[in-house]
Design a protein around this ligand. Structure first.
Ligand SMILES: *Cc1c(COP(=O)(O)O)cnc(C)c1O
Length: 403
């Protein structure tokens, strides 16, 4: 075990690697076994039973089968848990698989079927909850509406902060207080453990779409939930029977990426801060959504976060028409969904990531979301400037007609 007193940047580089020197290797090992030789029926059977029950394999029994447990995945989980200040973490084949497991685990364990979901949420999460496919009954509400939305059979409260795509901040501690003991899951994808640790404010589960900042290079689809041992066991039980374990190559890439997560996030954030300030003076932009800009929620920002992050949304004066031009005219930014990577992306939430969301909760047609990468900030500004100039809106009143 590395010293618990290390700073976050040191933990990012060293966590989950404690035994490597002992093994005589320096890089993270990858175990791709889909099945594992069994010593004998008894030890193998006991190991199987331990894992199906949400535990880890018996040393003598081995991992048995690659859907139940994998040592490369477990290494990444232990590192992420250190960074999120939790006892454990459980990794999944996608962020949505992680969300599914959180809903199934909390509803199955308690026999309660009700979920409270604070909007706005990532479009896929909103869609999953609204679809009813997992058998849960969902009440959507605002952060202030959580207390009123609670029922005796509420199993879980879900929120996202900063939220996708409006960058709204939600006061985690206030929601936890309103939750009266019901577990609160915080989607920490946008902030990352570098800028925010939700457990410091009473959250009991911290979810990441690891596809985004944790991976950081646009080459892994993954999800992870950091939580206590008891919740981790429930999540592993669901993961084993639903077959949602993360592939070991993905876990390797994520673990490798953790080492640079602190510097990536801070450098992308420095770029984003410059771009947000510049965009807020741009004639084509009517509003910039970025934590802390224009004095928004300054108190909460400083209480809850260690930075403002690298996601920006903008409202365009030219509405949908200008969004169409902007996303097609960029050259350095890539017009693509997803976020959090080293290269900058731009996308239109109402048409894409938030398309399945109910009309009343869907982002406006003139809103475009930017994920700021590691390019030179002046190159990014020049690209946006030329793409915004591709068609300057005739007048501000166009705005309303496109909403
Ligand atoms: C992308 C995303 C998800 C879903 O994760 P996948 O890895 O795409 O399944 C969940 N929450 C947020 C905030 C996201 O951006």
């Amino acid at each position: 075990m590395i010293s618990p007193r290390l700073q976050l940047d040191s933990i990012a580089v060293h966590a989950g690697r404690e035994d490597l020197a002992e093994l005589g290797v320096h890089a993270l090992p990858i175990d791709l076994s889909s099945t594992n030789p069994l010593p004998d029926i008894e030890a193998g059977g006991l190991s199987y039973e331990a894992m199906a029950g949400g535990g880890t394999p018996y040393a003598e029994g081995g991992a048995v089968y690659g859907r139940l447990w994998n040592p490369t995945v477990a290494r990444f989980e232990s590192a992420l848990a250190r960074m999120e200040l939790t006892e454990a973490a459980v990794a999944f084949s996608s962020g949505m698989a992680a969300t599914t497991a959180a809903i199934l685990a909390t509803t199955q364990e308690t026999g309660h079927r009700h979920i409270v979901a604070v909007r706005p949420l990532y479009g896929g999460t909103d869609h999953l909850l609204a679809s009813g496919v997992l058998g849960a009954e969902v009440t959507f509400c605002t952060a202030e509406g959580v207390a009123a939305a609670l029922r005796p059979d509420t199993a879980l409260i879900m929120l996202e902060t900063p939220a996708n795509p409006t960058l709204d901040l939600v006061d985690i501690r206030a929601v936890v207080e309103a939750a009266r003991g019901v577990p609160v899951l915080v989607d920490n994808t946008f902030a990352t453990p570098i800028l925010q640790n939700p457990v410091n404010f009473g959250a009991s589960m911290v979810l990441h779409s690891a596809t985004k900042y944790l991976g950081g290079h646009g080459d892994v689809i993954a999800g992870v939930i950091a939580c206590d041992q008891e919740q981790a066991a429930a999540l592993r039980r669901v993961r084993a029977i639903t077959g949602a374990l993360l592939h070991p190559l993905g876990a390797y890439l994520l673990h490798r990426g953790l080492a640079t997560l602190p510097i990536r996030v801070r450098a992308q954030q420095a770029n984003a801060q410059r771009l947000a300030a510049w965009l807020s003076t741009h004639p084509s932009v009517s509003r910039v959504h970025y934590p802390g800009i224009a004095g928004d929620a300054q108190g909460l920002l400083h209480r809850q976060m260690r930075g403002t992050g690298a996601m920006i949304s903008i409202d365009l004066r030219g509405g949908l028409e200008q969004a169409r031009h902007l996303t097609s005219a960029v050259r350095l930014f890539t017009h693509a969904v997803s976020l959090g990577g080293v290269d900058s992306l731009i996308q239109h939430p109402a048409a894409l990531t938030h398309r399945p969301v109910a009309p009343e909760a869907r982002p406006p047609a003139g809103l475009v979301r930017l994920s700021i990468g590691l390019e030179d900030h002046e190159d990014l500004m020049a690209d946006l400037d030329q793409a915004l100039a591709a068609r300057r809106p005739a007048a501000a009143h166009e705005d309303a007609s496109h909403r």
